[in-house]
Design a protein around this ligand. Structure first.
Ligand code: DQA
Length: 149
């Protein structure tokens, strides 16, 4: 079965209580449950992981090689700073979709830059939890089109 890694970065463990006016009221567990339910519907297996540490996120991307056919990544603030995460995605050559709960382009200018976008199929932002499900659909379409699923 096609397997996808849903990877969340720093501070996303605080979802539900962290700036709910920006990020919504769903907790990370609720987001991951929604991903699992959607994945089951579209015939994906998923693994969910969150870390506040850049190196752990890089390790998770490396470990995805040979295990997962796609990655859904919300790298949190590392999106805007981490060349290392971008390089990790490029190195493993696993199709990735970048997700943000908030519309990063409608926020501070420092959030408009994404290193992750340079290594992703595309970016989905501004749709809250739904964005993760849209990302799973985008990966499903991509993997089908490329014969990888
Ligand atoms: C975020 C947007 C980032 O700018 C921010 O640092 C986050 C969350 C989002 O999901 O909207 O931590 O990735």
């Amino acid at each position: 079965m096609t397997s996808v890694l849903v990877l969340n970065g720093p501070n996303l463990n605080l979802l539900g209580t962290r700036q709910p006016e920006v990020y919504g009221s769903a907790t990370l567990a609720m987001v991951e449950d929604a991903c699992r339910a959607h994945a089951a519907k579209i015939g994906f297996e998923i693994a969910c992981l969150q870390s506040n540490h850049e190196g752990a996120l890089i390790d998770a991307i490396h470990d995805a090689k040979g295990r997962h056919q796609g990655i859904v990544l919300n790298a949190g603030a590392y999106t805007h700073t981490s060349i290392a995460l971008m390089d990790a995605l490029i190195s493993v050559e696993i199709p990735a979709v970048e997700v943000h709960l908030s519309n990063i382009h409608a926020r501070e200018t420092f959030r408009h830059t994404s290193y992750i976008a340079k290594a992703s199929l595309g970016q989905i932002c501004g749709f809250g939890t739904q964005g993760y499900l849209l990302a799973l659909d985008a990966l499903a379409a991509h993997l089908k089109a490329t014969g990888a699923a």
